[in-house]
Design a binder for this molecule. Structure first.
Ligand SMILES: *Cc1c(COP(=O)(O)O)cnc(C)c1O
Length: 330
């Protein structure tokens, strides 16, 4: 297996695994743990930092000057990309979908601190806009390097395959203190994290179930997208692993009133995690995944003797975004 890819090591790894006894008690005694990928270090951290270790190494190898990526206003991926660009001396252009807000807060505020250039677009014009920005950088003699939304390409997926190896090492060397999880539950949106965890399970022999809580898209779309990412990355690595869309566990029941719309379930999950564990989850991604986890527990989806690992993917800066602050202060 060729997981010996060029890599810049800047993520704080391995991320900690912690028990959540008070949350477990509040939810009826399920054994709940958390893996702290919200604490990967780079510019307040999150899951994109693992992916960026490989993506940045590739951009450096290609002698690029300008990193270009895209996302939503509260994208954690663009924020971590902007931080990596600052750290490794790249120019950074972020193509954001939406209207520029009257003042920037949360992730957008941090994008500006990291000195990224921001270009606004609408959803229909996005691909065209990315192409224009790319061509312009080339014309300016600043070799561009395009990172897909969420950093979900074979490099990013490989990073999460390796995260399974990290998890198994941590459990293996814990002298029995860390149980082997029966389930890994987390927020899934561009699908790279889930594809990596699935691929890593096959490569390194993890037999627990990998359950994504969908943040944006319905199940069938996500299953196809994630299967494609697993299969592409497998051949990229010279492996023969293939997976069918229907074998991918993704729950699309928690989309609420849409992407980045914090509803009651997210708000309650944020309060419950904070109150019981002193642990923060965010309004867009991890709060929604946490709300899904809580609901599934309430509906006895898991059996009570099973161990569930909540893989925390980050997103905390959005807690401080104006839109959500107003809701919390209602
Ligand atoms: C990007 C992101 C996710 C989803 O990860 P994907 O690899 O895009 O599926 C989950 N949580 C947070 C906080 C994120 O920023």
């Amino acid at each position: 297996m060729n997981l010996d890819l060029p890599r810049m090591r800047f993520a704080h790894l391995p991320t900690a695994i912690e028990n959540m006894p008070r949350l477990s008690a509040a939810l009826g005694g399920y054994k709940l743990m958390v893996k702290r990928d919200d604490q990967t270090g780079l510019g307040l951290g999150g899951n994109k930092t693992r992916k960026l270790e490989f993506i940045i190494a590739d951009a450096i190898a290609q002698k690029a000057h300008t990193l270009i990526t895209s996302g939503a206003i509260q994208s954690n991926h663009v924020r971590q990309t902007a931080a990596a660009a600052a750290h490794f001396n790249f120019d950074c252009i972020l193509v954001l979908t939406g209207e520029p807000p009257t003042f920037s807060s949360g992730n957008l505020f941090l994008d500006e601190l990291f000195d990224a250039e921001i270009v606004w677009t609408n959803a229909q014009g996005r691909d065209q806009c990315i192409k224009q920005v790319y061509d312009q950088a080339e014309k300016n003699g600043r070799k561009p390097y395009l990172i897909p939304g969420g950093g979900s390409n074979p490099l990013g997926v490989s990073a999460y395959a390796l995260a399974i190896q990290e998890l198994l090492d941590q459990i293996g060397t814990s002298n029995g203190e860390l149980p082997m999880p029966d389930w890994i539950v987390f927020a899934s949106s561009s699908g790279g994290t889930q594809a990596g965890l699935i691929l890593g399970s096959r490569l390194f022999g993890f037999s627990g179930k990998i359950l994504g809580i969908s943040i944006i898209d319905h199940e069938e779309y996500m299953q196809k997208r994630i299967a494609t990412l697993v299969n592409e990355t497998s051949s990229f690595l010279g492996e023969k692993i293939t997976i069918k869309p229907e074998d991918i566990l993704i729950n699309g029941n928690y989309l609420g009133s849409g992407y980045a719309q914090m509803g009651k379930p997210e708000e309650e999950a944020i309060h419950l995690f904070a109150r019981t564990e002193g642990l923060l989850v965010d309004p867009v991604y991890t709060g929604r995944a946490a709300a899904g986890l809580i609901d599934l527990i309430h509906h006895s989806y898991f059996s009570p003797d099973q161990t569930i690992l909540f893989w925390h993917t980050g997103g905390i800066p959005a807690l401080f975004a104006d839109t959500y602050q107003k809701q919390f202060r209602r």
